[in-house]
Design a protein around this ligand. Structure first.
Ligand code: AVJ
Length: 319
């Protein structure tokens, strides 16, 4: 516990700096990674259950349907690195079928969740070395020397890659390529282009769960950073930007208002928005191009009947 207290302070300080920087800019924004406090994670789980939110269900169906084929492509893999603490359900489908796997290393900044998942997996896969790495996966990950280094694959499910703008996504993929090394593989979930009406209801669902998920960020800031956002004076907006092929989430101020966070004051004009998330939607061709810019070639991909989502197998072909 003594170790944890100073760490929490550093994390909170970082949160405060990110929030102040985001709200001080001419176009206000907040990083989407802060959605996931305890309540936010619960709300995200609820989103995944919504009829309108096709993402999680579709990816899971692809993984179930093609688990054999995917595992056959990865049958030589000895070290599997998973980026972000994905739902362990999808991971288990892989772990069940990778016969040569020796090390499974989930990587996440959110340490608590990471260790919980690791304990459960360790229990269910006693022969596997489950080695959680508490790290920021946007930085190149240095694998411990004890890991088999020859056949390394990364798993990046959930279409989290869609949260990054293309230039950041390329940087992130480059960092992953460095971890996997030449010849290594990346299995990645990519959300695809689809009719705008489908996207609109997935990100602005009739039950308003996504609205609550978005607004929860303000609750979190109030609680953790001593702020006084009046939540009822903001509304959730989900907007498709077709030029950039992405859903954009905003929190829109309903009135002219002042908000205090710690020592700082922020002014909001009526209708002024805070950008809280991008969720990019790619075509297979676009994502193939993006991956190529990071040194990856597409080996194969699997999709659902409606082609709403793709699970893509990439190989590092150059550094
Ligand atoms: C977890 C990033 C895949 O972009 O669809 C869901 C997050 N935001 N509803 C997505 C999210 C609003 C989600 N990802």
């Amino acid at each position: 516990m003594d170790m944890i207290a100073p760490l929490q302070e550093v994390i909170l300080e970082r949160f405060y700096q990110d929030v102040v920087a985001g709200l001080s800019a001419a176009d206000k924004s907040l990083p989407c990674k802060y959605f996931y406090d305890q309540r936010g994670s619960q709300l995200f789980d609820q989103i995944c259950e919504l009829d309108a939110y096709y993402v999680t269900r579709t990816e899971m169906n692809i993984m179930q349907r093609f688990a054999h084929e995917i595992a056959a492509e990865l049958s030589h893999v000895e070290t599997l690195v998973e980026l972000g603490s994905g739902s362990s359900v999808k991971t288990r489908l892989l772990l069940d079928q990778l016969g040569r796997l020796a090390v499974y290393a989930p990587v996440d900044i959110s340490t608590e969740h990471l260790y919980e998942t690791a304990v459960a997996l360790k229990r269910d896969y006693p022969r596997l070395s489950v080695t959680p790495l508490s790290a920021d996966f946007t930085q190149p990950i240095c694998l411990p020397e004890s890991f088999p280094q020859e056949f390394v694959a990364a798993y990046f499910p959930g279409s989290t890659i869609g949260n990054f703008e293309p230039h950041q996504a390329i940087q992130l993929l480059r960092a992953i390529a460095a971890t996997c090394r030449l010849g290594g593989e990346l299995l990645i979930g990519v959300d695809l282009e689809k009719p705008e009406a489908v996207l609109q209801s997935a990100y602005d669902d009739p039950q308003q769960v996504t609205a609550e998920f978005n607004l929860n960020l303000l609750h979190r800031i109030n609680r953790e950073l001593d702020a006084d956002f009046q939540i009822s004076q903001f509304r959730h907006v989900a907007q498709f930007n077709s030029a950039a092929s992405r859903i954009e989430l905003y929190l829109e101020s309903l009135t002219e208002q002042q908000v205090t966070i710690g020592q700082q004051e922020f002014h909001f004009a009526p209708g002024e928005r805070i950008l809280t998330e991008y969720s990019h939607k790619y075509s297979i061709a676009q994502f193939t191009e993006l991956a190529a810019a990071a040194g990856f070639a597409v080996e194969e991909y699997w999709t659902d009947d409606r082609e709403y989502f793709a699970v893509m197998l990439l190989r590092v072909v150059k550094h």
